[in-house]
Design a binder for this molecule. Structure first.
Ligand code: XIL
Length: 380
């Protein structure tokens, strides 16, 4: 049922986004002029298990990760436990190409606290152990979200104090468990209302507590792990748009009243024929950087229509290249996470009801696509 809701809201966004500042079709990303700026790139790198285990970690060479390291860039991928367990190539390619991992689903509330009050860290720990062995950093998502809710929270309104206790307990338990192994947390995901001003009001946390739940969760997260970088993560506002403006003003307000929020995650689920202009993405990242926030690209994939032709693959490669160039040219955008790497396990066919596919940099048989070479060329 959740899956269906997510589908509808996401499809709504895809329609709405055309009217909300995204450019349609055409070579919207302009040629790059500025070179990489890597200053401050290590700022939020946090010693984690990977570093503690450095003695037996063998960073692979020859893939994108060694090129990215040369630029001081974190290049990450979403991690699927199912794929990891059932497909030996999956872990091999991950370790060769990426220096950062994000659990695609196993750190969400419906997995980590499927039963209220009982925490299941097993699947996430499997990823952490792999990251540790391979010397990869870990970003974590999300502590608080309106989606991926377990049955006990779905459609619920709790008494205010009870909701506060649930969130506080979740944050301290989860961040405590992963302390020192996660360098950046998406404390909150997709909280902005898509239909009008303000925050989403239909989720259990807003319904039960009101908008001040946001301040509380950031303060708790900071208390739970004072060394972690705390992010807000959002979709459909990569370029300049009304939604991005609202986000900017809202975060400015949070920071003005001392809420510890250090970074903005731009999801970057985009389509080959519908994506923001490069100039707009540059401006948007810049204003958040100027506000003092680090920006991460958190869930990049570039969707192709189901019947893609060679021209679509070329356009996709250009978009990947330009996203990387834009991040490298920014003052403080030190991490790019792809939402998976092989089309074999991508979420795109499912979420788009089969209308889009092939959004990643390796095909279903792990053959590198033009997008792979395009990224490599930026990082060389
Ligand atoms: C998606 C996963 O990729 C799917 O496997 C799952 O069924 C639904 O969630 N924005 C987010 C991510 O913040 O957590 C979502 O991940 C994709 C959209």
């Amino acid at each position: 049922m959740k899956w269906r809701e997510q589908k509808f809201s996401r499809r709504g966004f895809l329609k709405a986004s055309g009217a909300a500042g995204l450019a349609l079709a055409g070579p919207c990303f302009l040629p790059s002029s500025s070179g990489p700026a890597v200053g401050g790139r290590e700022r939020f790198f946090h010693p984690n298990l990977a570093d503690d285990d450095a003695s037996d970690s063998r960073p692979e060479t020859g893939g994108l990760r060694s090129l990215a390291a040369g630029k001081g860039l974190l290049i990450g991928s979403a991690f699927s436990n199912d794929a990891f367990q059932n497909d030996p190539l999956y872990g091999e390619v991950l370790a060769r190409e990426f220096n950062c991992l994000v659990a695609e689903n196993t750190m969400k509330l419906d997995v980590i606290q499927r039963v209220r009050g009982r925490f299941d860290f097993g699947p996430a720990d499997e990823m952490m152990a792999f990251a540790g062995r391979k010397g990869m950093k870990v970003r974590a998502i999300p502590l608080v979200w309106h989606d991926a809710l377990p049955d006990w929270a779905q459609d619920k309104t709790f008494p205010r104090q009870e909701a506060l206790d649930i969130l506080r307990g979740h944050i301290f338990t989860v961040m405590g468990h992963f302390q020192g192994r996660v360098f950046a947390w998406d404390v909150l995901n997709e909280a902005l209302n898509d239909k009008g001003p303000g925050l989403r009001e239909e989720d259990p946390w807003h319904r039960s507590i009101g908008p001040e739940y946001v301040d509380r969760i950031y303060h708790w997260a900071h208390e739970a792990d004072p060394r972690a970088a705390l992010f807000y993560n959002e979709f459909g506002m990569e370029g300049m748009s009304e939604k991005a403006d609202r986000c900017y003003e809202w975060i400015k307000g949070l920071r003005a009243r001392g809420v510890p929020i250090h970074g903005l995650g731009l999801q970057f689920h985009i389509q080959v024929d519908k994506h923001p202009t490069r100039a707009d993405v540059t401006r948007n990242i810049k204003r958040f950087n100027d506000l003092g926030l680090t920006v991460h690209i958190t869930e990049l994939d570039v969707w192709l229509p189901k019947k893609a032709d060679a021209a679509d693959f070329r356009k996709q490669a250009v978009i990947y290249r330009e996203v990387f160039e834009t991040a490298l040219a920014a003052k403080n955008c030190p991490a790019i996470v792809l939402w998976g790497f092989t089309d074999r396990y991508s979420w795109v066919p499912g979420i788009s009801n089969g209308t889009y596919d092939q959004a990643l940099i390796f095909d279903r048989d792990y053959r590198a696509k033009p997008a792979y070479e395009a990224i490599a060329s930026v990082l060389r």
